[in-house]
Write a protein that binds this ligand. Sequence first.
Ligand SMILES: Cc1ncc(COP(=O)(O)O)c(C=O)c1O
Length: 424
Amino acid sequence: MDAAAIRADFPILERTVHGKPLVYLDNAATTQRPRQVLETLVTFYSTYNANIHRSPHLLGQEATELYEQAHENVAALIGAQDGREVIFVRNTTEAINLVAVSLLRPESGPLQLRPGDEIVTTVMEHHSDLVPWQALCRDNGLRLRFVGLREDGSLDMEDLAAQLGPRTRLVACTHVSNVLGTINPIAEIASLVHAVGGLLLVDGAQSVPHMPVRVDELGCDYLVFSGHKMLAPFGIGVLYGRRALLKQMAPFLYGGDMIAEVTLEASTWNELPWKFEAGTANVAGGIALGGAVDLRTGRELVGAVGYLQAIGLEQVQAHEQALIERMMRGLAAIPGVRLYGPLEAGRRGAAVSFTVEGANPYLVAQLLDDEGIAVRAGGHCAHPLARRLGVAGTVRASPYIYNTAEEIDRFLAVTEEIVRRKLS
Ligand SMILES: Cc1ncc(COP(=O)(O)O)c(C=O)c1O
């Protein structure tokens, strides 16, 4: 994979920051967008823009077909049966809330969560995979249980087995930690969860953009992720759900487009996936995520999924692992730097968190920014994990497809200089 060639597709990477070339290493927060994705947006708004599923005119038909095609493309990316298992939402957070709200409704029938049921999550979750379950359990008499970590930052699988039981209804677990980088063994977790009759929701926000992720191989019941962390625009994300489950589940939001028939007294629901996509959709965002084929010219509208597939998710992962290994080796050699999470690059996703002895992580991030290097600092929306690690926060550097070995070396040299100045 040629990161240098890929960079040419990302106009933002040409800018300078404080007079220095930008080194963008905050991809776990959001990635940059290639011009192909930007062009897909412009093409949509300048040639097809219309509302979907309602307008009989040609523009409306074209927009509808493109938006539906985008669902199919996402389904193909993640190994879903077809686009009916792919619901477009705003982001990972909304996808998780959708499942939580739907499973509380009586209309979900045997799937409905009831007082006394148990939800299991882990101490390494992002707040978006913790707070919705907290609120659900608090307000509805369910118990929330937590799986702990081993010292190396991996999930404690013995603890997981101990937290599961006959009352377990759902386990919500991240695939890759946004702080530790840990890759969790989802297929193994799925077997354990299914053995007790529970459902498994996987937070793929930090995995789907970075490695091949197929729901048929993971064996999960739900997979959620955000477009903005994988080259697509803000405001578009995905809930994958097994079709049989989605069919049984009550809708999340009620309103237009999600209905089949409406009388003053009652309504029936639309087919999948539209039953879960109430109201006017983010049509342009959906197409820019999934890509489609331009109906008039036959030209492929690449979309983020098409862009990543053209590179190959195996290649994306291999490229990132080489950068992560370089970064971790370099950071480990700087006195006073402490790394968090598994130390072998092969066991991690694309986020590296570290602290500098005696230095506030925000100050370190600020000093890096002075040199044009964008990283994140703080609790990374995972405060219970920071508490478990015994830190107020960490600095997090997260590379992506367009980062180069030279950029990692520059990041390491500047970090070393910051540490030397700070500690001497
Ligand atoms: C692991 C993980 N889960 C969930 C989220 C939430 O994503 P969003 O803010 O797009 O809903 C993030 C974002 O940083 C994340 O890293």
